[in-house]
Design a protein around this ligand. Structure first.
Ligand code: GTP
Ligand code: MG
Length: 371
């Protein structure tokens, strides 16, 4: 992966391709502009053309970020499942989320929700917790997946009993399958005239979602978000599935989180909803998020409560980022501001290079141009 093409090297050194090819010919090697050079050869050429080579590997700059710390088994603790509700337009995703939110045993009668933060946690009677993501449509989910951000452990696929499998249902199935995430089917609107759950099940079969009664392993729960029926069973199925997945994380390490949504708030600056994936995020932490840096000034949960920290699977709203990150960006806690800037600058450069059309082959010769 440390290779660079002749063309790319020529771009970076502002030297003609022909001159590089000529030089290589003198070394006894015939090359064309699309050929790849390994890092040693590229360095040799660059030195020959008067450049000082400083190899900056992604692994150097990004080294030591949370992903590099390998957790040993005894550091891992159970974490709540992260569940994304998906399905076709109007099949009742939002209604179901709202209904599930009201099953929270802690928040009390009124629901206790003071603000919408795009993600929330429900505590069930057993003391277990489930994190629900209110993904703003499939586009964001795809964007996250494209960036390799695996945010969800389980997909709850909502299908309206009176409407059946529709295009976005199929899309959601494909997302879940591509991510390797198990599906739980929630057949919604069971209260409606014309509800036909059997039709839904056979339609699902055509898309290779095989439910238990047809010999598969996909669980189905019939619900009515409107009448608040079947919700406990749905939560139960989610917890069962979570148990099978054996979800664990080390809370005792610098946090890594993923951005769910973010915006610029007039009074408060950048406000981002993040889902902590490992470690514990603390107030005062210095972070790098994509090409942005920041210091965590406030951590707020969906009830509007100020927290000192947030652990694995906790969705929280944070303040203190200097710029607005994109959904799917990964947030890492780093030791100090210099380190944050180093990583952010590197990422900004890498991004600029990508957008100016210089194809990155994952090369480690980023700053070869330093004269
Ligand atoms: P989008 O976000 O637009 O994709 O829709 P959604 O999937 O979030 O659906 P939403 O929860 O907004 O519900 C769509 C409509 O279906 C609303 O009018 C709801 O009141 C209605 N609805 C949702 N769940 C039920 C249900 O269980 N029974 C009945 N009868 N209506 C429901
Ligand atoms: Mg909705």
């Amino acid at each position: 992966p440390e290779n660079i093409t002749v063309q790319e090297l020529s771009n970076r050194m502002a030297v003609r391709v022909a001159d590089i090819i000529k030089f290589m010919m003198r070394q006894g090697q015939m090359m064309k502009q699309s050929d790849e050079l390994d890092a040693d050869t590229a360095e040799l050429i660059a030195t020959e053309f008067g450049h000082t080579v400083k190899r900056v590997a992604e692994s150097d700059v990004e080294e030591g970020l949370a992903g590099d710390i390998v957790d040993s088994d005894e550091n891992l603790e159970p974490r709540p499942p992260v569940v994304t509700i998906m399905g076709h337009v109007d099949h009742g995703k939002t209604s179901l989320l709202d209904a599930l939110r009201q099953t929270d045993v802690v928040s009390g009668e009124a629901g206790g929700i003071t603000q919408h933060i795009g993600a929330y946690q429900v505590r069930v009677a057993s003391g277990q917790r489930v994190t629900f993501l209110d993904t703003p449509g499939h586009a964001a989910f795809s964007a996250m997946r494209a960036r390799g951000a695996q945010v969800t452990d389980i997909v709850v696929l909502v299908v309206a009993a009176d409407d059946g499998v529709m295009p976005q249902t199929v899309e959601a199935i494909q997302h879940a399958k591509a991510s390797g995430v198990p599906i739980i089917v929630a057949i919604n609107k069971m209260d409606k005239q014309g509800a036909n759950p059997d039709k839904v099940l056979s339609e699902l079969t055509q898309h290779e979602v095989i439910v238990e009664q047809f010999g598969g392993d996909v669980q189905v729960v019939k619900v009515s978000a409107l009448k608040k029926e079947g919700l406990e069973e749905l939560v139960e199925q989610i917890l069962l599935q979570a148990e099978v997945l054996n979800l664990r994380a080390n809370p005792d390490r610098p946090a890594e989180a993923v951005v769910i949504e973010s915006k610029l708030d007039k009074g408060r600056g950048t406000v981002a909803t993040v889902l902590v994936q490992m470690g514990t995020l603390k107030r005062g932490d210095i972070v790098v998020v994509g090409a942005q840096i920041g210091r965590i000034r406030a951590i707020t949960n969906e009830r509007g409560q100020q927290l000192q920290n947030a652990g694995p699977s906790e969705p929280v709203e944070i303040m203190g980022l200097e710029g607005v990150p994109e959904p799917g960006n990964v947030l890492n806690v780093v030791e100090n501001e210099n380190r944050a800037r180093e990583v952010a600058d590197y990422r900004a450069r890498a991004k600029k290079q990508r957008t100016t059309g210089i194809k990155s082959t994952g090369t480690s010769l980023e700053s070869m141009m330093a004269k």
